[in-house]
Design a protein around this ligand. Structure first.
Ligand code: BT5
Length: 321
């Protein structure tokens, strides 16, 4: 997309309701009449439905269900997360793409989306299903100022931001489950995978947006859902992506200033605290009551004998039934 089309999209998006006259559009986009006409034609060719009315002006009716870096950027003020955006048609895992960037001098905030992942992954080598064009599969390069063992803070901050954005965009009651699940109606709708190395962390997020039941493999149909399945309504992925990045950016800033505030907001919508859990830590098995998060985002488990056990993101957690 050219700078001209980005400026036009920007202006159209900011006109929340009603029409923008062609003169206003030229002025806001800083373009001549002929460049506005070219830009509108290019956008229409790309699938943007723009109504152009000789009397009233123009209005953005629908954006195409295709992720583009410019489409997302047009809705996002420049910040840390989403400072630079790349969209791939397909990749192995967006976490792999960002891992390569992490080892260069790339500053934090760059965000990589893919319409499809051929090797999307969860924790401990589990598979993350990423059917083409149905969800948001993306990773952010971060360089947090805290030590490696505190990186669960990112998982907590991200889960909380994703759940809040889903609540705001869909009115669904999205909840979090320690360490990295976001659920709606008791089913997983999003997951977070934080991977870290020296001087960097990669925040990988998968959100099922417009996925239909048929697109989930049979073994997931009972436990997974999408925003469309749960709300009965499809979502504009470009707009959702922009809102997610803005929410993640704010929560990342808050995690650096005051992680306790992040943890408190997370705890309000959490299904883990107060539960009786069984946790496998290597060869050890621990049972207890999920009691609180500590300052690093780890889960504190109170055992029957009163001792507190600290559980990290990599441990296996099962609810005791
Ligand atoms: C997660 O792992 O939930 C982390 C998922 C992170 C995915 C993003 S997409 C962008 C970035 N690039 C990547 O390669 N990954 C990140 P975990 O808690 O281990 O959960 C994995 C389990 O969730 C699987 O074993 C399945 O049971 C289930 N699952 C797989 N795909 C799913 C989906 N699309 N929706 C809901 N559940 C799914």
């Amino acid at each position: 997309m050219t700078d001209g089309t980005t400026a036009i999209l920007d202006a159209l998006h900011h006109q929340a309701s009603g029409y923008l006259t062609l003169a206003e559009l030229q002025q806001r986009a800083g373009l001549s009449a002929s460049r506005v006409a070219d830009g509108l034609a290019e956008l229409q060719q790309r699938g943007y439905q723009i109504e152009v009315n000789p009397h009233f002006g123009c209005r953005l009716v629908e954006t195409p269900d295709q992720l583009t870096a410019d489409g997302i950027r047009a809705l996002l003020a420049a910040r840390v997360i989403g400072r630079e955006i790349q969209v791939f048609a397909e990749t192995t895992s967006t976490n792999d793409v960002v891992a390569r960037l992490a080892r260069t001098a790339t500053p934090e905030g760059i965000t990589v989306f893919a319409e499809a992942q051929t090797a999307g992954r969860g924790r401990r080598g589990r598979v993350w299903h990423s059917p083409r064009g149905t969800g948001l599969w993306f990773s952010v390069l971060l360089r947090p100022p805290w030590p490696l063992e505190a990186h669960t803070r990112l998982t907590i901050a991200a889960g909380s931001a994703v759940a809040r954005t889903i609540r705001q965009c869909t009115q669904l009651d999205a909840r979090v489950k320690w360490p990295n699940d976001v659920t709606v109606q008791g089913r997983k709708v999003a997951g977070v995978l934080t991977e870290a190395g020296p001087g960097y962390a990669i925040l990988g997020i998968g959100v099922n947006v417009n996925t239909t039941a048929a697109a989930f493999p049979a073994e997931l149909r009972e436990q997974a859902t999408s925003l469309r399945l749960a709300s009965g309504r499809g979502q504009d992925r470009v707009e959702l992506a922009a809102r997610l990045l803005a929410a993640l950016d704010a929560e990342y800033a808050r995690a650096q200033a005051d992680f306790d505030a992040v943890a408190a907001a997370w705890a309000e919508r959490c299904d883990t605290l107060g539960q009786q859990l069984v946790v496998t830590m290597g060869t050890r098995r621990v049972e207890g009551l999920a009691h609180a998060l500590d300052g690093d985002g780890a889960l504190l488990l109170r055992k029957d004998n009163g001792q507190i056990e600290r559980i990290c993101g990599g441990d296996i957690v099962v609810e005791r039934t």
